[in-house]
Design a protein around this ligand. Structure first.
Ligand code: ZN
Length: 57
């Protein structure tokens, strides 16, 4: 899983806001932009072009 210290320094590439960790599937979520950044092989893909829209469940 992702290092919590790493998570602290990671910010949303779009708004520079905080990211929330989602466990399953692993992803980082920006609640400001409503974008989901995938984590692939333990590496967060912090690219706006790669982000997906946050689905409201
Ligand atoms: Zn954002």
């Amino acid at each position: 899983m992702l290092d919590p210290k790493l998570l602290e320094i990671l910010v949303c590439p779009k708004c520079r806001g905080e990211l929330a960790l989602r466990e399953d599937p692993p992803a980082l979520v920006c609640n400001n932009c409503r974008l989901v950044y995938e984590i692939r092989d333990g590496i967060p893909i912090l690219l706006i072009d790669e982000a997906k829209a946050l689905e409201i469940s």
